[in-house]
Design a protein around this ligand. Structure first.
Ligand code: SF4
Length: 386
């Protein structure tokens, strides 16, 4: 399957926005719905539906927030988008704002990406000069501008409700849903939060059409996906692949050799062995926010497990018991495995605790924190327990 790249390509600024002004708002929402675009941050919520729900919310104040808090271990594709084509992200935000009726956009930028801020401000200024942001954009009855807010380095702020808390100046902690941000988000106003890559796709869909977009990718995963590939490969970096690409084909592309395991989705993803390299990267098989980490045959899976479990113990905000206590329990379990002291009953208990954390943790961190542990246990049991 060939690589299909357009997300990182430069394009004429304002072309999609101009076209959006020629179509009515409901038609754009339908176009995004029909395209099958799903959130590129990993959760895969349909973007058109999000637009519809936020657009339908009755409020005169609404916000568009770009989630650039790229904190998943192994993910760096949003950084590359923001370094290469930030104007497309901003144009995607402006089109979204036009559709839902927002006047203000905010980019929530990962604290570690502070060095990108000056360049992003320059791009915003250039767009203001060209009347692509500000008042009466391109002569239309539409005012919209974007500002950049810096995060402070907490992984949990990648979760939309924690991100909104942080934007409001509070401690970044996830909140119970509902209400969802599309009805009550920033300062209790309807807020559409989407990932950098998601916004970057929107101008292409508006000019290329829903069908063009749907023709790329797999049956249930339209379009392409940017993946950040790192680890034991000859060509690490950001690759744009059509959804549905097999893991083995991606490994060929990045020139990986003697591969033992691939982590797809970062610390919250799964780790698969060679026997599963025929599987596909897609929402219907293995979804990913963008992280692909390759391990060759010299790597010990217990080290991978330990690294990920310690990451979650560090990053848990501690607000809810299953995640706070569970992440500690899993770090202790890694230590027992390392010392050859884990029992069958304890392994069974770990699965029960993992299920409990999935069902009862408040946010995605706790819900997904044991994915890597369980997949390594399932796929590399002999190595771990010998
Ligand atoms: S699941 Fe973990 S990170 Fe999320 S709110 Fe609960 S304690 Fe915090």
């Amino acid at each position: 399957m060939p690589a299909a790249g357009f997300v990182l390509e430069k394009r004429k600024q304002g072309e999609a926005l101009k076209k959006a002004f020629e179509i009515n708002r409901a038609e754009i929402t339908d176009m995004i719905k029909d395209s099958g675009l799903k959130g590129r941050g990993g959760a895969g919520f349909p973007t058109g539906l999000k637009m519809y729900l936020c657009g339908a919310a009755a409020d005169t104040i609404k916000y568009v927030v770009c989630n650039a808090d790229e904190g998943e271990p192994g993910t760096f594709k949003d950084r590359v988008i923001l370094e290469t084509v930030p104007e497309k992200v901003f144009e995607g935000m402006a089109i979204t704002a036009y559709v839902i009726g927002a006047k203000e956009g905010i980019v929530y930028l990962r604290g570690e990406y502070e060095y990108l801020k000056a360049g992003l401000e320059n791009t915003l200024n250039g767009m203001r000069k060209n009347n692509l942001l500000g008042e009466k954009i391109l002569g239309a009855d539409f005012d919209f501008d974007i500002r950049i807010a810096l995060g402070a380095g907490a992984y949990v702020c990648g979760e939309e409700t924690a991100l909104i808390e942080s934007l409001e100046g509070k401690r970044g902690e996830a909140k119970n849903k509902p209400p969802f941000p599309v009805s009550s988000g920033l300062f209790c106003h309807p807020t559409l939060v989407s990932n950098v890559e998601t916004f970057c796709n929107i101008p292409h869909i508006v000019t290329g059409g829903a069908q063009w977009f749907k023709n790329i990718g797999s049956e249930k995963s339209a379009g392409t996906k940017l993946v950040s590939v790192s680890g034991d490969v000859k060509k690490p970096g950001v690759y744009e692949i059509p959804f549905g690409m097999k893991v083995k084909d991606l490994l060929k592309l990045v020139e990986a050799e003697n591969t033992k395991a691939v982590d797809i989705g970062g610390a919250s993803g799964i780790v698969i062995p060679e026997s599963q390299f025929d599987r596909e990267i897609s929402f219907e098989d293995i979804p990913t926010g963008g992280s692909v980490i390759v391990f060759d045959k010299t790597r010990k899976m217990i080290d991978v497990m330990e690294n990920f479990m310690e990451f979650f113990l560090d990053e848990s905000c501690g607000q809810c018991t299953p995640c706070r206590e569970g992440t500690k329990y899993f770090v202790d379990a890694v230590e027992k495995i390392k010392n050859g002291k884990i029992t069958d009953q304890e392994l069974k208990n770990l699965r029960d605790i993992s299920n409990c954390m999935k069902l009862t943790s408040k946010c995605g961190l706790g819900q997904s924190s044991t994915n890597a542990f369980i997949s390594i246990l399932d796929n590399f049991k002999k190595e771990l327990l010998s």
